[in-house]
Unconditional design. Structure first.
Length: 95
């Protein structure tokens, strides 16, 4: 767990991918990579897990949705709402 005021090492995406590929393709151990790059074994394990799960490290976007994405969801919601109303009308006409 992080302690108060702890500084974290930023690792560029290209370097993360290189380390993950070295683990997967090269068969290097987590301990070797830890010693070589100074990045904890657990962090590298997490990167490998995400890489295998998503097919890359930069696929999933974190954080809140942008205003554009929110507007897109609102638009979709309104379209679905109108479609459901239309289906109710068609159902009423059938009866």
């Amino acid at each position: 767990m992080a302690s108060k005021g702890q500084k974290f090492k930023k690792v560029a995406l290209e370097e993360r991918i290189r380390i993950v590929k070295e683990k997967i393709d090269g068969g290097k151990s987590y301990q070797y990579l830890d010693d070589q790059y100074g990045i904890s074994k657990k962090t590298i394990e997490t990167w490998v897990y995400i890489y295998r799960r998503d097919g890359g490290l930069d696929i999933k976007k974190k954080g809140r949705m942008s205003e554009k994405e929110k507007a897109d969801y609102k638009t979709r919601y309104e379209i679905l709402k109108k479609y459901l109303d239309y289906l109710k009308e068609v159902e009423q006409e059938r009866k």
